[in-house]
Design a protein around this ligand. Structure first.
Ligand code: NAG
Ligand code: NAG
Length: 376
């Protein structure tokens, strides 16, 4: 009997050790940069586009970018403007031989990767009254299933932004898109799964950042006061489906609840988080969740924060890198990380930002520097 109790105790201790270890180790994480390596700018042959984010997609990396135009032979952008496009890339070279990473041309240029909805002035988003709907992704799709033979299942939460000039004239709701690859090679098929999955009075969970861990998809959205709020969806549906609200829980007042809060609830913002554009991932090196992001336009300042759990506690963010800004009107923005470009160790991470530069004709074109950051 005594030995059975002892065995049970041992088993219990063994099973709970990783979580306890994570909490202990993560509290002590102090990321320190060992070296940085410039990989030039992302290569988008024949295109100018901004704000590319990425997700690991079986043997490829899937990139989804915002506004995209083709370049003519003089290197000047030509209309039409497509609100989002997608590409694949391979993994970057080793830092001993850094080369620009090539994003292969988008899914047939012309229609958006995430289609605009019928009330969003499709297909360009430009309405006859001069306003514009944009489907600008802030983060890569949430991959919930990777199978053999290239099968990949994923979701994206896209805000329904209505603009007049660059000013937003609505409080957006957020639609859920479904991405599916049945084989490696062709671009995934994309369809609107649920229009306004999150209403305009709710947080756009999953639109700011996500991480799939421990049997859950953890989905972050911006709060009105510029922090992050968190929901999680149990990965128990078919291929980790995210379209079933009964699988969702919401982090409110320090506990998980089944009732979605209002976006203006005072007790949903996670302390020390920021909704400035960024990326969240799990680092095996630090046994810790990691946020990497910026402090917003027009800077290319990169900050890092860590937490033992997706809900926190998050450390105060510290600056670890400052990139060069462009000489056009948009100095720098969309400071994101690409944990998709990984060997799985967490020993390094790639970051990008977007800027505009004036070309030789004085016309502004986007570019996106790619930098590898190795940690001590
Ligand atoms: C947030 O950051 C402050 C430092 O600015 C720190 O004292 C505090 O412990 C952090 N909060 C959490 C929950 O880690
Ligand atoms: C702006 O930056 C681009 C890219 O570095 C460079 O080719 C161009 O000459 C610069 N233009 C001006 C006016 O500084």
């Amino acid at each position: 009997m005594a030995s059975l109790v002892l065995r049970l105790l041992t088993v219990t201790i063994f099973l709970s050790a990783p979580a306890a270890l994570a909490a202990t180790l993560a509290a002590a994480v102090t990321p320190v940069v060992k070296s940085t390596t410039s990989y030039g700018v992302l290569s988008n042959p024949g295109l100018t586009r901004d704000s590319c984010s990425s997700s690991l997609w079986n043997n490829n990396v899937l990139w989804v970018c915002r506004d995209t135009e083709q370049l003519n032979s003089a290197g000047n952008p030509v209309l039409p403007l497509v609100v989002n496009t997608a590409s694949y890339s391979s993994m970057p070279n080793a830092p001993s031989n850094p080369q620009p990473l090539s994003l292969t041309s988008p899914q047939g240029f012309g229609s958006p990767f995430y289609p605009l909805e019928s009330d969003e002035c499709p297909t360009s988003g430009a309405c006859s009254d001069g306003t514009r709907w944009v489907g600008w992704p802030d983060t890569g799709p949430v991959v919930t299933f990777r199978g053999s033979g290239g099968n990949t299942n994923a979701y994206a939460f896209i805000s329904r932004n209505h603009l007049s000039g660059l000013s937003q004239i609505n409080t957006p709701s957020y639609s859920l898109y479904h991405l599916l690859s049945q084989s490696s090679g062709p671009m995934p098929s994309v369809s609107l799964a649920v229009s306004s999955f999150w209403s305009s009075s709710q947080i756009g969970y999953g639109s700011a950042a996500s991480v799939v861990m421990n049997g859950y998809a953890y989905l972050y959205g911006a709060t009105p006061d510029g922090k992050l709020a968190l929901a999680r969806a149990a990965q128990t549906g078919f291929l980790g489906a995210l379209d079933d609200k009964s699988l969702y829980e919401y982090y409110v007042n320090g506990a998980w609840t089944r009732t979605a809060p209002s976006r203006t609830a005072s007790n949903i913002a996670l302390p020390n988080t920021s909704s400035a554009q960024g990326t969240i991932y799990w680092s095996p090196k630090w046994n810790s969740y990691v946020w990497i992001g910026g402090d917003g336009f027009p800077n290319a300042n990169f900050f890092i924060s860590t937490a033992p759990n997706p809900e926190g506690p998050w450390t105060a963010a510290t600056r670890f890198y400052t990139g060069t800004v462009g000489n056009g009107s948009l100095g720098a923005y969309s400071t994101v990380a690409h944990p998709s470009l990984t060997d799985g160790t967490g020993n390094y991470v790639f970051i990008t930002w977007t800027r505009t530069n004036k070309n030789s004709a004085g016309v502004e074109v986007y570019d996106q520097p790619l930098v590898r950051v190795d940690w001590q």
